[in-house]
Write a new protein. Structure first.
Length: 272
């Protein structure tokens, strides 16, 4: 838990942008960066120890994304409120937008919410996060700046009794322009087990941010999932950030030179 923060955050403070004028073609998002719960939500009825678990955030993801953004001169957009309040990587009609259960843990404070309470959470964190990403992308495209969107996440080593052997997973849909060369580069690393659409795939409804902001504009994109025991320490975070930075420094999407529109993206009006 980020103890230095105030007890609550205004909507303008629930999303943070680092290096908004970054020169890199990559824009990074960290959709589950924080386990912070504003004071008005209490602990959502959970014991304090649950708030440090993966159900509340993606441990280690933000330090990796931050180090990558700094090294690449990339823009980073992060959430600053726990996904237990609202999951910014879900569409508004998703049953787990405000999760009543996460993994096998019931979230008492998310039960029987009124429409007004749900709308307040959307306005607090979900809408500012997505409006900010849309604004950044539209500004870049208006300037003719090549833009590729990458989301950085972490996952648990064991899920519902199933061991997950992958050190890192790359999630993609039928647009493999960015995922394919990224997967190839990772597979060349010694001792690294790479999951392709593992431990999740877009069919698991985890691809929303990329669908909303990259796929809708024809931008190359990919989702990174790092097993969280790999990045539980500063040493591991530095290792993976540096490995990924080295790859991304030389990464070119497939067919990137084939079409100016596909390389530069197409501007669309952001969905509400």
């Amino acid at each position: 838990m980020e103890k230095a923060r105030r007890a609550s955050l205004a909507p303008s403070e629930t999303v943070r942008v680092t290096n908004p004028g970054g020169s890199s073609p990559f824009v990074l998002t960290c959709d589950h960066a924080s386990n912070f719960l504003p004071a008005e939500f209490g602990t959502l009825g959970l014991p304090a120890e649950d708030l440090s678990r993966h159900i509340a955030w993606d441990p280690g993801a933000l330090p990796v994304a931050s180090r990558m953004a700094d090294a690449l001169d990339a823009t980073l957009v992060e959430t600053r409120i726990s996904r237990l309040v609202i999951d910014c990587n879900r569409p508004l009609d998703a049953p787990d937008l405000v999760p009543p259960v996460s993994e096998a843990t019931a979230i008492p404070g998310n039960s029987n919410l009124s429409g007004k309470q749900r709308a307040e959470r959307i306005d607090l964190a979900w809408r500012p996060f997505h409006d900010t990403i849309a604004e950044i992308i539209e500004q870049r495209l208006a300037l003719g700046q090549e833009t590729r969107l990458v989301s950085v996440h972490s996952f648990t080593p064991v899920y519902k009794g199933r061991t997950r052997p992958w050190h890192i997973g790359i999630i993609h849909d039928d647009d493999r322009r960015l995922a394919a060369p990224l997967i190839s580069a990772l597979k060349r690393l010694s001792g690294v087990t790479v999951g392709v659409n593992e431990p999740y795939s877009p069919a698991d409804r985890v691809y929303f941010t990329l669908e909303r902001h990259a796929r809708s504009r024809g931008l190359a994109c990919a989702m990174i999932e790092i097993r969280n025991d790999e990045i539980s320490s500063e040493t591991g975070q530095r290792k993976w950030a540096d490995l990924l930075t080295g790859i991304f420094s030389n990464l070119e999407p497939e067919e990137a030179r084939g079409s100016r529109q596909r390389a530069m993206g197409k501007s669309v009006q952001s969905a509400s």
